[in-house]
Design a binder for this molecule. Sequence first.
Ligand SMILES: NC(=O)C1=CN([C@@H]2O[C@H](COP(=O)(O)OP(=O)(O)OC[C@H]3O[C@@H](n4cnc5c(N)ncnc54)[C@H](O)[C@@H]3O)[C@@H](O)[C@H]2O)C=CC1
Ligand SMILES: O=C(O)[C@@H]1CCC=N1
Length: 267
Amino acid sequence: MKILVIGGGNMGKTYARSLLRAHLVNQDDLMILERQSDKAELLRDEKIGTIYTGPETCLAAADLIILAVKPQDSGALFATLRPQTDPQQVYLSIMAGVTIKSIQEGLGVDKVIRAMPNLPAQIGLGMTAYTASDAVTRIELVLVQNLLNTTGKAIYVDDEYSIDATTAISGSGPAYVLYFMEAMIEAATEMGFNNSQAELLVAQTFRGAVELQMKNDLTCREWIERVSSKGGTTEAAMNTFRATSVFEDIKSGARAALERAIELGRS
Ligand SMILES: NC(=O)C1=CN([C@@H]2O[C@H](COP(=O)(O)OP(=O)(O)OC[C@H]3O[C@@H](n4cnc5c(N)ncnc54)[C@H](O)[C@@H]3O)[C@@H](O)[C@H]2O)C=CC1
Ligand SMILES: O=C(O)[C@@H]1CCC=N1
């Protein structure tokens, strides 16, 4: 099976590297199409498959095509691919917002899987949700599931609204978490730690809290209670947080991401 990744940016490279690392494909069967020649040149140095800057020779040779360009670039991409697409090909899109219907219409194909991964896929700790058009066979779906599993965990969802909602939670979510980390790192440096001490204190705290939450069946609130001593320091911090709208603000941010995903699907 030959795989073509279109878009050699953050996510396209992540998929190419994961597929090779997991031995799901070998160098000879992996192609990357990256329109920017300077980026294409850097990709060639990485030895992650054969690199192309135009679709002419690579598209027809591919059985599975991963669409990893920005949603705003999808219309122009579809126009260049459409004359050479083949209905037997399976298209896996990771573009935020772009609907299965618009991919089918834009490319003149039926077999489309829409997935929403996230950046930790780079280190095998990604979270992906995916769904598929009716034309995708069970075997093709399992194949793509195996591919997604090389980047972390993956769940199948029934509808595209859930893909947009996944975008708002786990797709964009790493940025929310890193923003919280950034604030804590800044607080630590203001308290006198140097940058690397501050980063270690904060990163290890996040790692520990996440592992606790994932390995045990307590809720976040129950864990917060276990950290908080009556009249202690955590309580002082939590009371300050609760006196502000930070909790609701985080939810508003996630909702704004959902609205934007839906909007991207309309444009
Ligand atoms: N960055 C992230 O954390 C996540 C991104 N996504 C989705 O993944 C997609 C890619 O995102 P990134 O990798 O971050 O973007 P990026 O900007 O790093 O990479 C996109 C690449 O596509 C190339 N490209 C654009 N049009 C092209 C064309 N017609 N032919 C060939 N190459 C073309 C660009 O030159 C660029 O190198 C987006 O649709 C985004 O919604 C999904 C989940 C997480
Ligand atoms: O910000 C974005 O639009 C993409 C989708 C999820 C993460 N990055």
